[in-house]
Design a protein. Structure first.
Length: 78
């Protein structure tokens, strides 16, 4: 039988998902500006703004690890 996911593993996976979303938003903003023919300085600014927007989205949309599937009391859904 497989053991339940530990809280540490849950937090680490959620952290990587958050970092991935931030990078996805930031780099996609930069790629869009490159496709539009923006100068290199503007591409850098666009990536930074995209990273900030991605961070705001992650802060607003992603719950904490405890809110996703609390493991308190070892009561799991089947």
């Amino acid at each position: 039988m497989v053991d339940p996911i530990t809280d540490d593993d849950r937090r680490q996976t959620l952290r990587w998902a958050k970092v991935g979303v931030v990078l996805l938003v930031g780099l996609s903003a930069g790629m869009i500006s490159i496709q539009g023919g923006a100068p290199l300085e503007l591409v850098g600014v666009t990536v930074l703004v995209g990273l900030l927007v991605g961070g705001a989205l992650v802060w607003y949309l992603f719950p904490s690890a405890e809110d996703i599937a609390p493991a308190g009391g070892h009561r799991y859904r089947r």
